[in-house]
Design a protein around this ligand. Structure first.
Ligand code: FEO
Length: 170
């Protein structure tokens, strides 16, 4: 595997692992705050990010590269509110989208069309994840500080299908 591609995919492995840890910290905070629907949603989202990481690890190794299993910085532990959590989540996903775009750009520069093809799954996934986070934030803005609205929001979030069809088999 081309070293430049291997390096940027390893950077992406760390980004997906970092996402998984951040969402796990958010899930734990929500669970301790008694916001159980949101906690379940975030636990599931954390698992999903781990499958993204594994998909990359397997791809790098199968293509003759060496996947780096990274150490992860301690994630933020305290959050102010649900709006704070989902604002951070959206910002984080936008950063990940920019990283994925950079991987795709380097694949084209290096004429690595099979990695480019592999990365298209991540391009589509980022669109979905950003749209979901924006949708959740719009709902939270509408609800404001209405306690009954927040109760229903939390209940509904538990039933949102967070794992999409076509999720990676790892
Ligand atoms: Fe795997 Fe949410 O990016």
């Amino acid at each position: 595997m081309n070293t430049r591609i291997e390096n940027i995919l390893n950077k992406q492995i760390k980004a997906e692992a970092t996402s998984s840890q951040l969402y796990l910290a958010m899930a734990s905070w929500a669970e301790n705050a008694g916001i159980n629907g949101t906690a379940n949603f975030l636990y599931q989202h954390s698992d999903e990010e781990r499958t993204h990481m594994l998909k990359l690890v397997r791809f790098v190794n199968e293509r003759g590269g060496k996947a780096d299993i990274p150490s992860i910085d301690i994630p933020q532990k305290e959050f102010e509110s649900l709006t704070h959590i989902f604002t951070l989540l959206l910002e984080h996903e936008i950063m990940v989208t920019n990283m994925i775009n950079e991987v795709v750009y380097i694949c084209l520069e290096e004429k690595d069309y099979s990695t480019h093809n592999f990365m298209q799954w991540f391009v589509a996934e980022q669109l979905e994840e950003e749209a979901l986070a924006r949708n959740i934030l719009d709902k939270l803005k509408m609800i404001g500080n209405d306690k009954a609205g927040l109760y229903l929001f939390d209940r509904d979030l538990e039933t949102i299908q967070n794992v999409k069809p076509g999720a990676p088999n790892v």
